[in-house]
Design a protein around this ligand. Structure first.
Ligand code: GTP
Ligand code: MG
Length: 361
Protein backbone atom coordinates (compact mmCIF):
# COMPACT_ATOMS: atom_id res chain seq x y z
CA UNK A 1 0.00 0.00 0.00
CA UNK A 2 1.38 3.40 -0.79
CA UNK A 3 1.69 5.99 1.93
CA UNK A 4 0.57 9.55 1.20
CA UNK A 5 3.56 11.68 0.47
CA UNK A 6 4.68 14.50 2.69
CA UNK A 7 3.84 17.79 1.01
CA UNK A 8 6.91 19.89 0.68
CA UNK A 9 6.88 23.05 -1.32
CA UNK A 10 9.56 22.68 -3.91
CA UNK A 11 11.95 25.58 -3.69
CA UNK A 12 14.61 25.52 -6.28
CA UNK A 13 16.00 29.04 -6.37
CA UNK A 14 16.97 31.32 -3.55
CA UNK A 15 19.12 34.39 -2.87
CA UNK A 16 21.32 34.61 0.18
CA UNK A 17 23.98 36.95 1.47
CA UNK A 18 27.28 35.74 2.87
CA UNK A 19 29.81 37.83 4.79
CA UNK A 20 33.24 36.62 5.73
CA UNK A 21 34.85 37.83 8.94
CA UNK A 22 37.14 40.86 9.01
CA UNK A 23 40.76 40.41 9.94
CA UNK A 24 41.84 41.47 13.43
CA UNK A 25 43.87 44.63 13.99
CA UNK A 26 47.62 44.43 14.41
CA UNK A 27 48.82 45.57 17.85
CA UNK A 28 51.13 48.44 18.76
CA UNK A 29 53.07 47.41 21.82
CA UNK A 30 56.60 47.64 23.27
CA UNK A 31 58.49 45.35 25.52
CA UNK A 32 58.62 46.50 29.11
CA UNK A 33 61.34 44.96 31.12
CA UNK A 34 63.02 45.98 34.28
CA UNK A 35 66.22 47.86 33.64
CA UNK A 36 65.58 48.01 29.90
CA UNK A 37 64.57 51.60 29.29
CA UNK A 38 63.25 51.23 25.80
CA UNK A 39 62.13 47.73 24.81
CA UNK A 40 61.57 46.86 21.18
CA UNK A 41 58.17 46.64 19.47
CA UNK A 42 56.25 43.45 20.18
CA UNK A 43 52.75 44.09 18.81
CA UNK A 44 51.37 40.85 17.33
CA UNK A 45 49.41 40.46 14.11
CA UNK A 46 45.64 40.29 13.97
CA UNK A 47 44.02 36.93 13.21
CA UNK A 48 42.49 36.29 9.80
CA UNK A 49 38.74 36.57 9.45
CA UNK A 50 36.72 33.38 8.91
CA UNK A 51 35.86 32.50 5.31
CA UNK A 52 32.51 31.19 4.13
CA UNK A 53 32.19 27.94 2.15
CA UNK A 54 29.29 26.07 0.61
CA UNK A 55 29.41 22.28 0.73
CA UNK A 56 27.19 19.71 -0.98
CA UNK A 57 25.46 17.46 1.51
CA UNK A 58 23.32 14.39 0.86
CA UNK A 59 21.17 15.26 3.87
CA UNK A 60 19.35 18.12 2.20
CA UNK A 61 17.16 18.04 -0.86
CA UNK A 62 15.61 21.46 -1.10
CA UNK A 63 16.73 25.05 -0.62
CA UNK A 64 13.74 25.77 1.58
CA UNK A 65 15.72 26.43 4.76
CA UNK A 66 17.35 29.43 3.12
CA UNK A 67 14.00 31.14 2.72
CA UNK A 68 13.94 31.59 6.46
CA UNK A 69 17.64 32.15 6.93
CA UNK A 70 19.09 34.16 4.07
CA UNK A 71 22.09 35.79 5.84
CA UNK A 72 25.31 34.23 7.00
CA UNK A 73 28.31 35.72 8.76
CA UNK A 74 31.62 34.12 9.58
CA UNK A 75 33.37 35.39 12.73
CA UNK A 76 36.11 38.01 12.61
CA UNK A 77 39.73 37.46 13.54
CA UNK A 78 40.85 38.57 16.99
CA UNK A 79 43.12 41.59 17.36
CA UNK A 80 46.82 41.10 17.87
CA UNK A 81 48.25 41.65 21.33
CA UNK A 82 51.49 42.57 22.99
CA UNK A 83 54.28 40.07 23.58
CA UNK A 84 54.01 39.16 19.87
CA UNK A 85 50.70 37.40 20.41
CA UNK A 86 48.88 36.83 17.14
CA UNK A 87 45.11 37.12 17.34
CA UNK A 88 43.11 33.95 16.88
CA UNK A 89 41.73 33.34 13.37
CA UNK A 90 37.94 33.52 12.94
CA UNK A 91 36.45 30.05 12.43
CA UNK A 92 35.40 29.18 8.90
CA UNK A 93 31.69 28.87 8.22
CA UNK A 94 30.55 25.93 6.12
CA UNK A 95 26.99 26.16 4.83
CA UNK A 96 25.47 22.89 3.67
CA UNK A 97 23.43 22.85 0.47
CA UNK A 98 21.81 19.97 -1.44
CA UNK A 99 23.87 18.07 -3.99
CA UNK A 100 23.11 19.59 -7.36
CA UNK A 101 23.17 23.21 -6.20
CA UNK A 102 24.56 25.64 -8.73
CA UNK A 103 26.06 28.76 -7.17
CA UNK A 104 26.18 32.23 -8.72
CA UNK A 105 27.44 35.34 -7.02
CA UNK A 106 27.26 39.07 -7.54
CA UNK A 107 28.59 42.09 -5.65
CA UNK A 108 26.23 43.53 -3.06
CA UNK A 109 26.00 46.79 -4.94
CA UNK A 110 24.41 44.97 -7.84
CA UNK A 111 27.21 44.15 -10.28
CA UNK A 112 27.24 41.31 -12.74
CA UNK A 113 26.41 37.78 -11.68
CA UNK A 114 29.03 35.08 -12.25
CA UNK A 115 28.88 31.32 -12.01
CA UNK A 116 30.98 30.16 -9.07
CA UNK A 117 30.39 26.44 -8.81
CA UNK A 118 28.22 23.49 -9.60
CA UNK A 119 28.19 21.38 -6.45
CA UNK A 120 27.25 18.18 -8.17
CA UNK A 121 28.71 15.50 -5.92
CA UNK A 122 28.80 14.74 -2.25
CA UNK A 123 31.57 16.65 -0.50
CA UNK A 124 32.00 19.24 -3.27
CA UNK A 125 32.93 22.52 -1.61
CA UNK A 126 33.56 26.06 -2.74
CA UNK A 127 34.91 29.20 -1.13
CA UNK A 128 32.24 31.90 -1.55
CA UNK A 129 33.53 34.76 0.66
CA UNK A 130 37.15 35.12 1.71
CA UNK A 131 37.94 36.27 5.22
CA UNK A 132 39.93 39.49 5.64
CA UNK A 133 43.66 39.23 6.32
CA UNK A 134 44.74 40.14 9.82
CA UNK A 135 46.68 43.40 10.10
CA UNK A 136 50.38 43.27 10.91
CA UNK A 137 51.48 44.35 14.36
CA UNK A 138 54.17 46.95 14.93
CA UNK A 139 56.85 44.30 15.53
CA UNK A 140 56.79 43.74 11.78
CA UNK A 141 57.62 47.32 10.97
CA UNK A 142 60.89 47.62 12.92
CA UNK A 143 63.84 48.55 10.71
CA UNK A 144 67.38 49.58 11.43
CA UNK A 145 66.39 53.20 11.17
CA UNK A 146 63.07 52.91 12.97
CA UNK A 147 63.49 50.61 15.91
CA UNK A 148 60.32 51.74 17.62
CA UNK A 149 57.60 51.92 15.00
CA UNK A 150 54.22 53.05 16.22
CA UNK A 151 52.63 51.73 13.11
CA UNK A 152 50.35 48.69 12.82
CA UNK A 153 47.75 47.75 10.23
CA UNK A 154 44.02 47.44 10.63
CA UNK A 155 42.56 44.10 9.57
CA UNK A 156 41.15 43.86 6.07
CA UNK A 157 37.39 43.61 5.77
CA UNK A 158 35.95 40.21 4.86
CA UNK A 159 34.22 39.80 1.52
CA UNK A 160 30.45 40.06 1.27
CA UNK A 161 28.61 38.61 -1.70
CA UNK A 162 25.09 38.00 -2.82
CA UNK A 163 24.64 34.39 -3.83
CA UNK A 164 22.00 33.01 -6.08
CA UNK A 165 21.50 29.30 -5.47
CA UNK A 166 19.76 27.13 -7.97
CA UNK A 167 18.94 23.51 -7.37
CA UNK A 168 18.68 21.19 -10.27
CA UNK A 169 16.63 18.15 -9.48
CA UNK A 170 18.57 14.97 -9.22
CA UNK A 171 16.33 12.52 -10.94
CA UNK A 172 17.28 9.44 -12.90
CA UNK A 173 14.33 9.64 -15.24
CA UNK A 174 12.53 12.74 -16.46
CA UNK A 175 8.92 12.55 -17.63
CA UNK A 176 8.42 15.12 -20.34
CA UNK A 177 5.33 15.86 -22.34
CA UNK A 178 2.77 18.39 -23.47
CA UNK A 179 0.62 19.97 -20.77
CA UNK A 180 -2.22 17.61 -19.82
CA UNK A 181 -0.45 14.61 -21.36
CA UNK A 182 -0.71 12.70 -18.11
CA UNK A 183 2.78 12.93 -16.55
CA UNK A 184 1.40 13.63 -13.07
CA UNK A 185 -1.04 10.74 -13.32
CA UNK A 186 1.87 8.52 -14.26
CA UNK A 187 4.17 9.58 -11.43
CA UNK A 188 1.31 9.17 -8.97
CA UNK A 189 0.84 5.61 -10.20
CA UNK A 190 4.49 4.60 -10.07
CA UNK A 191 5.62 6.35 -6.88
CA UNK A 192 4.37 7.82 -3.63
CA UNK A 193 4.26 11.31 -5.15
CA UNK A 194 0.78 12.85 -5.01
CA UNK A 195 0.81 15.82 -7.35
CA UNK A 196 -2.36 17.59 -8.35
CA UNK A 197 -4.03 16.02 -11.37
CA UNK A 198 -6.68 17.86 -13.35
CA UNK A 199 -8.17 17.94 -16.79
CA UNK A 200 -6.58 21.19 -17.90
CA UNK A 201 -3.09 22.16 -19.00
CA UNK A 202 -0.49 23.65 -16.64
CA UNK A 203 -1.80 21.93 -13.55
CA UNK A 204 1.77 21.16 -12.52
CA UNK A 205 3.67 24.35 -11.78
CA UNK A 206 6.79 22.97 -10.12
CA UNK A 207 8.54 19.64 -10.64
CA UNK A 208 7.58 16.62 -8.55
CA UNK A 209 9.96 13.90 -7.52
CA UNK A 210 9.00 10.34 -6.84
CA UNK A 211 10.91 7.19 -6.09
CA UNK A 212 10.01 4.12 -8.12
CA UNK A 213 10.64 0.87 -6.29
CA UNK A 214 10.75 -1.87 -8.90
CA UNK A 215 12.00 -4.56 -6.55
CA UNK A 216 13.97 -4.70 -3.29
CA UNK A 217 17.22 -3.68 -4.86
CA UNK A 218 16.02 -1.70 -7.84
CA UNK A 219 14.76 1.82 -7.33
CA UNK A 220 15.19 5.08 -9.14
CA UNK A 221 14.00 8.66 -8.94
CA UNK A 222 11.56 10.08 -11.44
CA UNK A 223 10.75 13.75 -12.05
CA UNK A 224 7.43 14.99 -13.36
CA UNK A 225 8.33 18.24 -15.06
CA UNK A 226 5.71 20.90 -15.92
CA UNK A 227 4.38 20.53 -19.44
CA UNK A 228 6.39 21.77 -22.38
CA UNK A 229 4.96 23.53 -25.40
CA UNK A 230 6.28 24.76 -28.70
CA UNK A 231 8.63 27.66 -28.00
CA UNK A 232 9.46 26.43 -24.48
CA UNK A 233 13.17 26.85 -25.15
CA UNK A 234 12.48 30.57 -25.71
CA UNK A 235 10.38 30.88 -22.60
CA UNK A 236 6.90 30.01 -23.85
CA UNK A 237 4.65 28.42 -21.23
CA UNK A 238 6.15 27.28 -17.98
CA UNK A 239 8.55 24.78 -19.37
CA UNK A 240 11.66 26.86 -19.79
CA UNK A 241 12.59 27.34 -16.20
CA UNK A 242 12.22 23.62 -15.68
CA UNK A 243 14.01 22.41 -18.76
CA UNK A 244 17.22 22.69 -16.83
CA UNK A 245 15.91 20.08 -14.39
CA UNK A 246 15.64 17.74 -17.29
CA UNK A 247 19.33 18.26 -17.96
CA UNK A 248 20.28 16.28 -14.89
CA UNK A 249 18.28 13.19 -15.71
CA UNK A 250 19.89 10.14 -17.24
CA UNK A 251 16.90 8.91 -19.17
CA UNK A 252 13.95 10.70 -20.77
CA UNK A 253 10.45 9.32 -21.02
CA UNK A 254 8.30 11.11 -23.56
CA UNK A 255 4.75 10.94 -22.28
CA UNK A 256 2.46 11.28 -25.27
CA UNK A 257 -1.33 11.33 -25.06
CA UNK A 258 -2.79 9.01 -27.71
CA UNK A 259 -6.42 9.27 -26.60
CA UNK A 260 -8.90 10.51 -29.14
CA UNK A 261 -10.36 13.00 -26.68
CA UNK A 262 -7.14 15.00 -26.67
CA UNK A 263 -7.67 16.08 -30.26
CA UNK A 264 -3.89 16.20 -30.59
CA UNK A 265 -1.55 14.64 -33.10
CA UNK A 266 0.66 12.30 -31.06
CA UNK A 267 3.40 12.01 -33.67
CA UNK A 268 3.63 15.76 -33.92
CA UNK A 269 3.70 16.14 -30.13
CA UNK A 270 6.72 13.86 -29.94
CA UNK A 271 8.48 15.76 -32.69
CA UNK A 272 7.77 19.16 -31.15
CA UNK A 273 8.94 18.21 -27.67
CA UNK A 274 12.12 16.72 -29.06
CA UNK A 275 12.77 19.85 -31.04
CA UNK A 276 12.33 21.98 -27.90
CA UNK A 277 14.82 19.82 -26.03
CA UNK A 278 17.21 20.09 -28.94
CA UNK A 279 16.93 23.88 -29.09
CA UNK A 280 17.33 24.21 -25.34
CA UNK A 281 20.40 22.00 -25.09
CA UNK A 282 21.20 19.75 -28.02
CA UNK A 283 23.07 17.01 -26.05
CA UNK A 284 19.76 16.25 -24.29
CA UNK A 285 18.71 14.31 -27.35
CA UNK A 286 21.64 11.95 -26.89
CA UNK A 287 20.09 10.68 -23.65
CA UNK A 288 18.48 7.27 -23.78
CA UNK A 289 14.79 7.86 -24.42
CA UNK A 290 11.60 5.96 -24.70
CA UNK A 291 8.05 6.85 -25.53
CA UNK A 292 5.18 6.19 -23.14
CA UNK A 293 2.02 6.26 -25.27
CA UNK A 294 -0.45 7.00 -22.53
CA UNK A 295 -4.22 6.96 -22.06
CA UNK A 296 -4.60 3.76 -24.10
CA UNK A 297 -7.68 3.02 -22.02
CA UNK A 298 -9.27 5.92 -23.93
CA UNK A 299 -7.84 5.06 -27.33
CA UNK A 300 -10.61 4.56 -29.81
CA UNK A 301 -8.70 5.48 -32.93
CA UNK A 302 -5.85 2.94 -33.11
CA UNK A 303 -4.23 4.84 -35.97
CA UNK A 304 -3.18 7.49 -33.44
CA UNK A 305 -0.96 4.95 -31.76
CA UNK A 306 0.23 3.64 -35.10
CA UNK A 307 1.30 7.06 -36.32
CA UNK A 308 3.17 7.62 -33.05
CA UNK A 309 4.87 4.25 -33.49
CA UNK A 310 5.95 5.19 -36.99
CA UNK A 311 7.37 8.53 -35.82
CA UNK A 312 9.19 6.87 -32.93
CA UNK A 313 10.56 4.10 -35.15
CA UNK A 314 12.08 6.65 -37.47
CA UNK A 315 13.88 8.09 -34.44
CA UNK A 316 14.83 4.66 -33.17
CA UNK A 317 12.80 5.07 -29.98
CA UNK A 318 10.90 2.20 -28.38
CA UNK A 319 7.21 2.78 -27.66
CA UNK A 320 5.38 1.49 -24.57
CA UNK A 321 1.60 1.85 -24.76
CA UNK A 322 0.18 2.26 -21.28
CA UNK A 323 -2.48 3.80 -19.10
CA UNK A 324 -1.69 5.86 -16.04
CA UNK A 325 -5.28 5.35 -14.94
CA UNK A 326 -5.60 1.55 -15.17
CA UNK A 327 -1.90 0.77 -14.83
CA UNK A 328 -1.87 -1.35 -17.98
CA UNK A 329 1.58 -1.44 -19.61
CA UNK A 330 3.21 0.64 -16.89
CA UNK A 331 5.38 -2.16 -15.52
CA UNK A 332 6.89 -2.91 -18.95
CA UNK A 333 7.76 0.73 -19.46
CA UNK A 334 9.40 0.94 -16.02
CA UNK A 335 11.47 -2.19 -16.66
CA UNK A 336 12.71 -0.65 -19.90
CA UNK A 337 13.49 2.65 -18.16
CA UNK A 338 15.37 0.76 -15.47
CA UNK A 339 17.50 -1.00 -18.10
CA UNK A 340 18.43 2.37 -19.52
CA UNK A 341 19.27 3.80 -16.10
CA UNK A 342 21.36 0.75 -15.27
CA UNK A 343 23.19 1.03 -18.58
CA UNK A 344 24.10 4.60 -17.67
CA UNK A 345 25.81 3.65 -14.44
CA UNK A 346 22.81 2.92 -12.22
CA UNK A 347 20.58 5.21 -10.21
CA UNK A 348 21.64 8.07 -7.99
CA UNK A 349 21.25 7.33 -4.31
CA UNK A 350 17.49 7.41 -4.03
CA UNK A 351 17.63 6.87 -0.30
CA UNK A 352 18.98 10.37 0.18
CA UNK A 353 16.15 12.04 -1.62
CA UNK A 354 12.65 12.81 -0.57
CA UNK A 355 10.27 10.04 -1.45
CA UNK A 356 7.27 11.27 -3.31
CA UNK A 357 7.76 14.97 -2.97
CA UNK A 358 4.47 16.45 -4.15
CA UNK A 359 3.56 20.01 -5.07
CA UNK A 360 -0.02 19.89 -3.88
CA UNK A 361 -1.85 18.31 -0.98
N1 GTP B 1 -8.31 8.06 -19.60
C1 GTP B 1 -7.13 8.46 -19.11
N2 GTP B 1 -7.00 9.71 -18.64
C2 GTP B 1 -5.80 10.07 -18.15
C3 GTP B 1 -4.68 9.19 -18.13
N3 GTP B 1 -3.64 9.84 -17.59
C4 GTP B 1 -4.08 11.07 -17.30
N4 GTP B 1 -5.37 11.22 -17.63
C5 GTP B 1 -6.19 12.43 -17.46
O1 GTP B 1 -5.62 13.48 -18.17
C6 GTP B 1 -5.76 14.71 -17.47
C7 GTP B 1 -4.41 15.33 -17.24
O2 GTP B 1 -3.65 14.50 -16.42
P1 GTP B 1 -2.42 15.02 -15.59
O3 GTP B 1 -1.75 13.82 -15.02
O4 GTP B 1 -2.80 16.12 -14.68
O5 GTP B 1 -1.55 15.59 -16.80
P2 GTP B 1 -0.16 16.40 -16.74
O6 GTP B 1 0.62 15.94 -17.90
O7 GTP B 1 0.42 16.26 -15.41
O8 GTP B 1 -0.73 17.85 -17.00
P3 GTP B 1 -0.11 19.28 -16.57
O9 GTP B 1 0.43 19.16 -15.20
O10 GTP B 1 -1.28 20.17 -16.63
O11 GTP B 1 0.90 19.57 -17.58
C8 GTP B 1 -6.48 14.36 -16.18
O12 GTP B 1 -7.85 14.59 -16.35
C9 GTP B 1 -6.21 12.89 -16.02
O13 GTP B 1 -7.21 12.22 -15.29
C10 GTP B 1 -4.88 7.86 -18.65
O14 GTP B 1 -3.98 7.03 -18.67
N5 GTP B 1 -6.12 7.56 -19.12
MG1 MG C 1 0.89 17.63 -14.08
Amino acid sequence: MSVPAPCIMFVDEVDIRVSAGAGGRGAVSFRREKFVPRGGPNGGDGGHGGSVYLAASPHLNTLVKFRFHPEFHAPRGAHGEGSNKTGRDGAELVIEVPIGTVVFRSPIDGGEQELVADLDHEGARVLVARGGRGGRGNARFATSTNRAPRRAEPGEPGETWLLHLQLKLLADVGLVGYPNAGTSTLIARISAARPKIADYPFTTLTPNLGVVQLSDDRSFVVADVPGLIEGAHRGAGLGYQFLRHVERTKVLVHVVDVSSASGRDPARDLTVIRRELDLFHAPLLDRPQLVAATKIDALDEPQRLESLRAAAASLDLPVYPLSGVTGKGVREMLEAAWQMVAARGGPLAAAHQAVGQGDEP
